[in-house]
Write a protein that binds this ligand. Structure first.
Ligand SMILES: [Zn+2]
Length: 61
Protein backbone atom coordinates (compact mmCIF):
# COMPACT_ATOMS: atom_id res chain seq x y z
CA UNK A 1 0.00 0.00 0.00
CA UNK A 2 1.21 3.46 -0.76
CA UNK A 3 -0.97 5.93 1.03
CA UNK A 4 1.73 8.38 2.02
CA UNK A 5 0.44 11.80 1.13
CA UNK A 6 3.29 13.66 2.76
CA UNK A 7 4.88 16.15 0.38
CA UNK A 8 8.46 15.53 -0.59
CA UNK A 9 11.00 17.23 1.61
CA UNK A 10 12.35 20.56 0.48
CA UNK A 11 15.53 20.07 -1.57
CA UNK A 12 17.44 22.21 0.89
CA UNK A 13 15.81 20.67 3.94
CA UNK A 14 17.78 19.26 6.84
CA UNK A 15 19.93 16.23 6.13
CA UNK A 16 18.34 14.36 9.00
CA UNK A 17 14.66 15.26 8.91
CA UNK A 18 14.03 17.28 5.74
CA UNK A 19 12.74 20.38 7.52
CA UNK A 20 13.94 23.64 6.00
CA UNK A 21 16.49 25.71 7.87
CA UNK A 22 13.91 28.39 8.46
CA UNK A 23 11.63 26.96 11.09
CA UNK A 24 13.86 24.05 11.96
CA UNK A 25 15.17 25.03 15.39
CA UNK A 26 16.19 22.01 17.40
CA UNK A 27 14.45 18.82 16.36
CA UNK A 28 14.28 15.65 18.37
CA UNK A 29 15.42 12.58 16.50
CA UNK A 30 15.76 8.94 17.40
CA UNK A 31 19.42 9.45 18.20
CA UNK A 32 18.97 12.70 20.08
CA UNK A 33 18.16 16.28 19.16
CA UNK A 34 19.96 18.03 16.35
CA UNK A 35 20.21 21.39 14.65
CA UNK A 36 19.70 21.98 10.94
CA UNK A 37 22.40 20.33 8.88
CA UNK A 38 22.88 20.95 5.16
CA UNK A 39 21.82 18.00 3.00
CA UNK A 40 24.27 16.18 0.81
CA UNK A 41 24.33 16.86 -2.93
CA UNK A 42 22.82 13.42 -3.41
CA UNK A 43 19.96 14.21 -1.06
CA UNK A 44 19.24 17.48 -2.83
CA UNK A 45 19.20 15.67 -6.14
CA UNK A 46 16.93 12.90 -4.88
CA UNK A 47 14.49 15.36 -3.37
CA UNK A 48 14.29 17.43 -6.51
CA UNK A 49 13.57 14.30 -8.49
CA UNK A 50 10.92 13.23 -5.97
CA UNK A 51 9.22 16.60 -6.22
CA UNK A 52 9.25 16.47 -9.96
CA UNK A 53 7.76 12.99 -9.89
CA UNK A 54 4.99 14.14 -7.57
CA UNK A 55 4.15 17.05 -9.79
CA UNK A 56 4.14 14.85 -12.85
CA UNK A 57 1.80 12.33 -11.23
CA UNK A 58 -0.61 15.01 -10.16
CA UNK A 59 -0.81 16.67 -13.53
CA UNK A 60 -1.09 13.38 -15.36
CA UNK A 61 -4.70 12.52 -14.60
ZN1 LIG B 1 16.62 18.23 11.07
Amino acid sequence: MNSARRAAAAPTGCRHCGIEQRGHGIQAASDGSHIWTPPTQQQIKNRMLARRAERTQRGDS
